[in-house]
Write a protein that binds this ligand. Structure first.
Ligand SMILES: Cc1ncc(COP(=O)(O)O)c(C=O)c1O
Length: 448
């Protein structure tokens, strides 16, 4: 941190030279058809990982990723022997260590064992599968729901089942990787549209709609990177006008958005049944592992018989299903958790704005980014925050363009007002310190 800008530039130049050499070496090696062995360390994608790592090392910046977490207690985690407030957890409603949920999981384990032991097609629908699916469908006022063992795989399997080469998917440019992987696996034509721009989708469909059999529009209920939300009514108007389907990924919005946590449809006073496909995960507010699709009886029946990640994958285990059932039951029985989460999240955003921090377009829900605008700065500030007692991770290039680098806070219903006040103050100071040091570096370079 004490080096001046000239030496920093020299180091970056050196990193670039090494990067080019490594890429050339890999290209030479992989083009040789006579080689008998090929080491994974020569793969382009792995070279990129190594380069990113060595860039951090040569700038003496510790990687904030894969931090060693040794223990957890409430909103705190122990990292490298130090207890810190955790802002990197999806446990939005603070249920992860609840005694009632742990007891439910133990009872499921004792009755059914650890594994579902087979796919449901073969091994049968266990009663807890049906109970969980009915709970989810009722919660969202929809006909039916199906659960799968991973949220990511739920998106892949569902999109793969619904569309193929004759169809078109219009997908928000900020949508999650699992949605894009689903599109890739379906070999369907797709167009990524400017973030939240329903008017763009409308224009595009006016041009293209008749060339395709089915059109699927995919958006998220609460965007996981920048914490903003779509205008669902507008997307519904567009999909109705063009005879398209709408799919909403509610991974981060269930339990978080809407007065009683029923997601973006509740928030914006839209009937869930106006949306063809509602997707959600069990790994966030519902404190388990897995994903679900809720919708019409026909949609769910189709997925049960055709979705590859369901048909050809093991059924959900009892401990996971019991955790999700207990969490959803608690969510419904204790709506004050959702209210508290909404209040704490809005409080974080208000305090951050008061402190002069840039919260981007975030809507004041639990996904709460603070824009930093530069990847190296975001990593350095994240490391400073850890030293100061707060675990918050940066989102950096290539995950987002460098100018959109940010620190992403996940607020939970259990973060206290005092902790939020302190973390905001600490962050504002860490950013100021970084900028002060940067200004000094520039000054010292100009003097040389
Ligand atoms: C928007 C979105 N969809 C799907 C997923 C995948 O869910 P899971 O982590 O439960 O597999 C995530 C994961 O964070 C997500 O953010």
């Amino acid at each position: 941190m004490k080096r001046n800008v000239r030496s920093l530039l020299e180091e970056l130049r050196q990193v670039e030279v090494e990067r080019q050499a490594l890429l050339q070496e890999t290209a030479r090696a992989t083009k040789n058809p006579k080689r008998e062995t090929f080491d994974f360390s020569e793969m382009d994608s792995y070279c990129e990982v190594k380069i990113a790592r060595s860039t951090g090392k040569s700038l003496s910046i510790e990687s904030p990723f894969f931090r060693k977490v040794e223990d957890v207690h409430g909103t705190k985690v122990k990292i490298n022997g130090l207890w810190v407030e955790n802002f990197a957890s999806y446990d939005y409603l603070g249920l992860n260590q609840s005694d009632a949920i742990a007891a439910a999981v133990v009872s499921g384990l004792e009755k059914w064992g650890v594994s579902a032991t087979a796919s449901r097609l073969v091994g049968g629908n266990r009663t807890y599968h049906q109970e969980l699916e009915r709970l989810i469908a009722d919660f969202l006022h929809l006909d039916d729901a199906v659960v799968m063992v991973s949220g990511h795989a739920t998106n892949v399997a569902t999109i793969n089942t619904l569309v193929d080469q004759e169809d078109l998917v219009l997908v928000d440019s900020m949508a999650h990787n699992s949605i894009y992987e689903g599109i890739k696996s379906a070999h369907t034509k797709h167009i990524s549209f400017p973030h939240n721009d329903f008017a763009w989708v409308d224009r595009k469909l006016s041009e293209l709609r008749t060339s395709f059999r089915h059109v699927l529009i995919v958006i998220e209920g609460l965007y996981s990177m920048h914490g903003d939300v779509p205008e669902v009514k507008k997307f519904i108007d567009v999909k109705k006008k063009h005879g398209a389907w709408l799919m909403i990924d509610e991974a981060h919005s269930i339990g978080v958005v809407g007065d009683t946590g029923r997601g973006i449809c509740e928030e914006q006073a839209v009937e869930h049944s106006e949306v063809e496909v509602i997707m959600g995960t069990l790994s966030k507010s519902l404190c388990s592992c897995g994903g679900f699709i809720a919708g019409s009886a026909a949609l769910v029946d189709l997925l049960r018989y055709r979705a590859p990640g369901f048909v050809y994958s093991v059924g959900m285990s009892a401990p996971d299903a019991y955790a999700a059932i207990a969490s959803l039951t608690t969510l419904v029985a204790e709506p004050e958790r959702v209210s508290r989460l909404r209040q704490r999240s809005a409080y974080f955003r208000d305090r951050a704005v008061d402190a002069g921090l840039d919260c981007g377009d975030s809507a004041g829900f639990a996904v709460a980014p603070v824009m930093i605008g530069d990847s190296i700065k975001a990593v350095v500030v994240s490391n400073r925050m850890l030293e100061a007692g707060f675990n918050v991770l940066p989102i950096i290039s290539p995950g987002v363009p460098n100018r959109l680098a940010c620190l992403r806070f996940f607020i939970t219903s259990e973060h206290t007002i005092e902790v939020i006040d302190t973390v905001v103050k600490t962050l504002a100071r860490a950013i100021d310190d970084y900028e002060l040091l940067d200004a000094k570096r520039i000054e010292s370079t100009q003097l040389q």
